[in-house]
Design a protein around this ligand. Structure first.
Ligand SMILES: [Zn+2]
Length: 129
């Protein structure tokens, strides 16, 4: 699996793929936004500098546009809703996916700047041999 995709979907440190980034694994929990400050395995500081995660808002915006376009295409092909029901469908989609997009955007933003280092991944089969 692609290292960026793995880190995003498994909630793992972008550098070593061992430590968790978010405290709670469930994206729909009350503490969905609580993050560890450092990786428990490689000690990577997740917030590289103050305000580092402001950039993740741009990623989040792009992801929400993707949600909107997906719902718009689905509406044209399948749902055939009028304007007002479509607006409620979009609002439902955006609110429903808000926590997942928040976490995915932060993980993707970190992966833009931090490369996966295979030598720090303790579960890597090449290291164990
Ligand atoms: Zn790490």
């Amino acid at each position: 699996m692609n290292p960026i995709v793995y880190s995003m979907f498994k909630n793992k440190c972008p550098r070593c793929h061992q430590g968790d980034v978010f405290v709670n694994h469930k994206p729909f929990s009350r503490q969905f936004d609580q993050m560890h400050t450092h990786c428990s395995n490689c000690e990577l500081k997740y917030e590289k500098e103050p305000g580092f995660f402001y950039g993740a808002m741009y990623v989040s915006y792009a992801m929400m546009v993707a949600v909107f376009v997906t719902l718009w295409v689905l509406n044209i092909w399948i749902f055939h809703l009028d304007s007002v029901p479509f607006i409620f469908l979009v609002l439902g989609g955006i609110v429903g996916l808000m926590t997942m997009v928040f976490r995915g955007a932060r993980l993707l933003w970190m992966n833009f700047f931090i490369r996966y280092n295979k030598e720090l991944d303790n579960n890597d089969i090449n290291i164990k041999v």
